[in-house]
Each structure stands twice: as C-alpha cells, then as structure tokens.
Design a protein around this ligand. Structure first.
Ligand SMILES: [Zn+2]
Ligand SMILES: [Zn+2]
Length: 157
C-alpha cells in the first residue's frame, strides 16, 4: 500500500496535500503545518475577510470588526490566511478587510460543528481562538472578541 510522507497520517494515499501551505507531497498534516505554527507562536497574524461594500464601509469608519450572529465555530470573527481564499468562504463579496489578529493559543478543530463556542468557553479550555481545518478553501482563523482584531485596511474590490 502506498503511504504518504506525512507523520501521523492514517489515510491510505500515496501523497499528502497540505491545505495550509499547498504542498502536494507534504511530509506533515495540516494541523502540524510549519506555516500555521509560525502564526501561532508569534501570537499575531494577518487575516483576510471579504464582505459586502456596505459592511466594509462600516468597518472602515468604525475600525471595529464584530462577531458574526452565527457560524460553524460559533459567534466569531472569521478570517482566511490568504486573500484569494476568501472568495469561496465569504457570504458577501465586494470588499476586502485586512486585519491583524491577536491569538496565541488556538484550538485546532476539523470542520467545526460547534456553534455554541464562546470566548469564555474556549478560555476555560485554555484557548483564545480556533483554527478550522478540512476545507478545500483553506483554514479559517476564528476569534471571538473585537479587541483581538486590529483593522489594517478595507478595500473595495
Ligand atoms: Zn496522508
Ligand atoms: Zn503545510
């Protein structure tokens, strides 16, 4: 049986595709991706969030991003780690928000189905954010407080 090079992988396949760094014959699983580990250890990373022009304008003026009313990983602020990955994730299009995210202890989850997660419930587990794996469009970084996000720029597309 062909085995991929990714340590800890239990799938029967010859090559392991890392959805984070896009390596086609990867020696690591996405949760152990060095790109993600670099993001986590620094405690801050840049994220991208696509939204409607109207909402973008609101963010541009207030410089504040607020948690969504719902979501697969709870009421959070959702980001992609690359601009082009927002295309398939976003519910609204037209405006790209670039922001600095403050998160040092992310909980890694596979295809989140945890709509009741809150900042407090995560903090009780020792985390301050979530990284959702398993989507073809790339990982999602989720934080739960406006204070964890600093808006860098808002641009119409
Ligand atoms: Zn594999
Ligand atoms: Zn990787």
């Amino acid at each position: 049986m062909p085995r991929c090079k990714a340590a800890g992988c239990t799938k029967n396949h010859a090559k392991h595709y890392c959805r984070v760094c896009h390596t086609k014959d990867s020696d690591h699983c996405a949760m152990n991706c060095p790109v993600l580990q670099a993001l986590c250890t620094s405690g801050r990373c840049v994220g991208y969030h696509q939204t409607s022009s109207a909402h973008g304008q609101q963010i541009s003026q207030s410089r504040v991003m607020r948690p969504s009313s719902s979501g697969a990983a709870g009421r959070g602020i959702y980001f992609a780690i690359r601009p082009n990955e927002t295309q398939r994730k976003a519910h609204n299009h037209g405006c790209m928000v670039t922001a600095e995210i403050f998160m040092s202890r992310p909980k890694h989850v596979y295809r989140a189905n945890s709509p009741n997660v809150t900042y407090e419930s995560l903090a009780a587990e020792g985390y301050d954010g979530v990284i959702v794996h398993g989507f073809m469009s790339g990982v999602e970084v989720v934080v739960y407080r406006s204070e964890q996000v600093r808006v860098i720029s808002v641009q119409n597309m």
